[in-house]
Ligand binder design. Structure first.
Ligand code: PLP
Length: 452
């Protein structure tokens, strides 16, 4: 690279350091090296500004489901911006892209869910859920039902309500969270927290923590339970098979609404349009974002069951809630084209029938590495647990920063993986081919060898 180009990159990094406050970034860790600037992308690959090509096994932030470089999405957005760049969905108005998108999503959602409330992000969607469930119980004449039960180490977003619904202790410490009315139970993380029991027994035990919490608070105080089908940002934590059936039993016994946060799992990641189908769940509300537009334009939403919608619509009058960009026309155009691509290329079916099982089988080969304690995953999502001792699952010393070292080694070999502590996680674009999965596994194993 020419000296002039190097200087231009250095200048850009220094502008970034001076003026750009990044989300979830420890800026002091960057001293002397600067942020990694990504310049362009195509398919499952991104290139940094130095020209290094990286296989993006995280699909950005779990969102670029159809892969990068889809001109037809860019064209659909451009056409929409030229026709109607903005109009709101407030005050009895709307526009065609929002109408068509709501109908399209309803056609893909579980049969008992037929309406969609649009937001700008997953966090806003979870804020919406909180307001919607409280409104629902008010209208049902049970205003005492206000508390929402969530799980430790869950991620539900970064707004005040989103971070409160989430169960990330380090987020709660910054800013006196959670807000009142939100409580957390233990997570179903067998590998880290349940190995003294069989996975199935632990799944039942983890689910019964919900029942214990409902009984402690009183059923007449509990509005809803919120959960991701598998915890994504917490480390791709897949509950034991016994977990969800027991949760379903408890929710129906005590008449508690169920919010399923499918911001990561929605739009195909588990091999069905929604993980509700994969796990045979019947949520009252589903949170969506990310794969909805494959991240080409920000958008989120809540898919609302008939049970909740009928009360809001028929008994509630105006629901005093919404965002300027709820159902933004350009975002809706991006989402419609994104869904068209997913359907035309049968990407969801491919994840279920072909590339998903292939990825899972190949990923498990990494278990042979002496420091890999567990590999888990489903569909197009996976986790690799780095441990000191395979049998006991004992953790590596925290000050070693094994996850971070492995993440950097991945970059060296041309791969983007994310580290959650010492858990390496992947969530590739759904369009990834078998050959690209082979490349991913080869690079992951090279990175493991480089790290240890
Ligand atoms: N819910 C889940 C499960 C998520 O993974 C995320 C983001 O990663 C969110 C909610 C928040 O979405 P957003 O970042 O669009 O606000």
């Amino acid at each position: 690279m020419q000296q002039q180009e190097q200087q231009a990159i250095g200048a850009l990094q220094s502008l970034d350091a001076s003026h750009h406050l990044h989300p979830f970034t420890d800026t002091l860790q960057l001293a002397g090296r600067g942020t990694r600037i990504i310049s362009h992308a195509d398919g499952v690959y991104v290139w940094d500004i130095h020209g290094n090509k990286l296989l993006d096994a995280m699909a950005g932030l779990w969102c670029v489901n159809v892969g990068y470089g889809r001109d037809s999405i860019a064209d659909a957005v451009a056409a929409q911006l030229k026709t109607l760049p903005f109009y709101n969905n407030f005050f009895q108005c709307t526009h065609e892209p929002a109408i068509r998108l709501a109908a399209k999503i309803a056609s893909l959602a579980p049969v008992h869910m037929n309406r969609v409330f649009f937001t700008g992000s997953g966090s806003e969607a979870n804020d919406t859920n909180l307001r919607m469930v409280r409104r629902y119980w008010d209208l049902k004449g049970k205003p005492g039902k206000k508390t929402i039960i969530s799980r430790k180490n869950a991620y539900h977003g970064s707004t005040v309500a989103g971070a409160s619904l989430g169960g990330m202790g380090f987020m709660h410490q910054q800013g006196d969270l959670p807000i009142p009315g939100i409580v957390h139970i233990d997570q179903p993380y067998w590998f880290a927290e349940g190995r003294e029991l069989s996975a199935q027994d632990f799944g039942i035990k983890a689910a019964r923590a919900l029942e214990a919490k409902i009984l402690e608070l009183g059923e007449d105080k509990v509005a809803a339970f919120i959960a991701e089908p598998f915890q994504g940002a917490g480390g791709v934590i897949i509950p034991p098979d016994s977990y969800w059936d027991e949760i379903k039993r408890i929710l129906s016994k005590y008449d508690i609404l169920f919010i399923l946060d499918e911001v990561i799992s929605g739009f195909g990641r588990t091999g069905n349009w929604f993980a509700a189908t994969t796990y045979n769940l019947t949520p009252d509300l589903i949170t969506i974002a990310k794969g909805m537009t494959s991240g080409y334009i920000p958008m989120g939403g809540v898919i609302v069951s008939d049970r909740v919608a009928d009360v809001l619509v028929n008994e509630g009058g105006e629901f005093a809630h919404g965002f300027t960009y709820s159902g933004h026309p350009a975002a809706a155009a991006a989402a419609l084209e994104n869904i068209r691509i997913l359907e035309e290329e049968r990407l969801v079916d491919k994840v279920r029938e072909d590339t998903g099982p292939y990825l899972q089988a190949r990923l498990r080969e990494l278990c042979e590495h002496p420091l890999v304690g567990e590999v888990r995953g489903l569909g197009m999502v996976g986790a690799i647990e780095l441990v000191a001792d395979k049998d006991s699952g004992a953790r590596l010393p925290a000050d070693m920063g094994a996850g971070m070292l492995c993440r950097e080694a991945c970059i060296e070999v041309g791969l983007v993986m994310r580290a959650v502590g010492d858990t390496m996680i992947i969530s590739p674009p759904l369009c990834i081919s078998r050959a690209e999965i082979d490349e991913l596994i080869l690079k992951a194993s090279q990175a493991l060898s480089l790290t240890f």
